[in-house]
Design a protein around this ligand. Structure first.
Ligand code: HEM
Length: 426
């Protein structure tokens, strides 16, 4: 920093959310040196720098962002129910959402300025001065958008994919309506929670008279700032979570496991993906009274290194056949890892966030856990068989309980001039 301060072409400037992006586009912003609270961001810019502060994720593309995008620090997830009965309202809603999402993911406010004193401002304002923070907004539709209480609500029944049905009830499920289902979902992920919340809040506001919020949940991971080495994040049981996941950089793997392909079902969903959401409460107080050895046997991995039991490094290959001196499998057969791995033929893209929602009024303990989110091409061949195995005999079941559940078809991506959901609604 001392060296950069000597550079005469550097100048310190207070930049607004918009100006920061404009400046980035025009030649690049150098180093962010600190935040000045609600008033703005102090930055040092260098006109000649080609390096840009790249904290925007493009909204348009073949696939929606927020699925294979590098996981951001925060999540604001909302499930909505549609209240209008008019299909044209629904079309307009998705058009308006597309325009708003494009702006917000660029870090732009929904309106240039709040200049008319006689009407409420178009943008709610709390993201003014904040950067885009890698915001992604991902939209999905649930089975009940097609048919609810036996009614073909918007003439879409013929387009409902066979894979988009309510998930089966699994053993030990303790699902509550308050955390389950929904006609539409909005997943907003960003490196700043206020930016993520602002996005959902404004989208819900735009939906007024057409859709209402049914349930919502915030989520977090360790932040990138707190973990410069970008190691695998740890869940609230203290274990590395996300070690074994398909490689999002390999298109062939993504096409095989995550993206719905032409011919899989109705073509409107080709390029989309099925998203399973489970709100899983974790009994952290009970876990904290459990011995380390029992904790490690529960997952099948060492806590500190994240290595499979019997191995040294996190990425070492698990040996499910290895036995200890008593002839017992070193990785217990009912461990979470062994059961979720199965024979290794089923795979899902996990993109979960921890949650904490204060105190559970029923027990007086923390209401904390995992907002488990995974993406896949065919839930019937991926999440459902894995969860069937886990629900029956996962050692982890002693410490967790599934309280919420939903399945959505995340729409394919869209391009400028079109709108999210067009393939379904047009
Ligand atoms: C609170 C609930 C859960 C917790 C705390 C949890 C935690 C973990 C941990 C620590 C691992 C080992 C490290 C890794 O590979 O990421 C793991 C692996 C895995 N989990 Fe979970 N998990 C939970 C729920 C689920 C659910 C509901 C599913 C799917 C139905 C699932 C599927 C998987 C899969 C597929 C793996 C990788 C298995 C392999 O090694 O091939 N998990 N989980």
């Amino acid at each position: 920093m001392a060296e950069t301060q000597k550079d005469s072409s550097l100048f310190v400037k207070k930049v607004s959310r918009r100006n920061m992006l404009k400046t980035a586009g025009a030649g690049g912003i150098g180093v962010l040196v600190g935040a000045s609270g609600l008033g703005g961001i102090l930055s040092i810019t260098k006109a000649s720098e080609t390096e840009q502060v790249d904290n925007t994720v493009p909204f348009y593309g073949k696939h929606q962002a927020g699925i294979t995008t590098e996981v951001q620090n925060h999540l604001y997830f909302a499930s909505l129910n549609v209240t209008t009965e008019n299909k044209q309202d629904l079309v307009q809603l998705f058009k308006d959402w597309t325009a708003a999402a494009e702006k917000m993911t660029k870090g732009e406010p929904l309106a240039e300025s709040a200049s008319n004193a006689y009407i409420p401002p178009k943008d709610t304002g709390e993201a003014t001065g904040l950067s885009a923070s890698n915001l992604t907004i991902t939209f999905g539709v649930g089975p009940t958008l097609f048919v609810k209480d036996g009614k073909d609500r918007f003439g879409l029944q013929a387009k409902q994919p066979a894979e988009l049905q309510g998930l089966p009830k699994f053993p030990l499920d303790a699902l509550e309506d308050a955390w389950s289902g929904g006609d539409i979902c909005i997943q907003a992920c960003a490196d700043d929670l206020q930016v993520a919340f602002h996005a959902v809040r404004n989208l819900v506001r735009i939906a007024r008279g057409k859709a209402v919020i049914h349930w919502a949940q915030t989520g977090f991971q360790r932040s990138k700032q707190a973990d410069a080495k970008k190691e695998t994040p740890r869940n609230l049981f203290g274990f590395k979570d996300g070690t074994i996941n398909p490689d999002v950089k390999k298109d062939s793997d993504m096409n095989q496991q995550v993206w719905v392909q032409q011919g899989d079902g109705p073509d409107w969903l080709a390029g989309g993906s099925y998203m399973v959401v489970r709100r899983i409460q974790m009994y952290i107080e009970v876990w904290d009274r459990t011995t380390l050895s029992e904790q490690e046997k529960t997952f099948g991995r060492h806590r500190d290194s994240g290595a499979p039991l019997g191995m040294k490094q996190e990425l070492d290959t698990a040996d499910y056949k290895a036995k200890d001196s008593n002839g017992q499998p070193i990785i217990p057969k009912d461990s979470h890892m062994a059961l979720s791995h199965g024979d290794g033929t089923q795979s899902i893209l996990r993109r979960a966030y921890s949650y904490e929602s204060g105190m559970d009024p029923q027990t007086g303990s923390f209401d904390a856990g995992l907002l488990f989110i995974c993406f896949q091409r065919r839930p019937s061949k991926q999440f459902i068989p894995i969860q069937n195995r886990l629900a029956q005999s996962d050692k982890l079941n002693e410490y967790i309980i599934h309280r919420g559940s939903a399945l959505f078809a995340c729409l394919p991506g869209t391009k400028q001039g079109s709108y999210i959901g067009e393939t379904l609604l047009s």
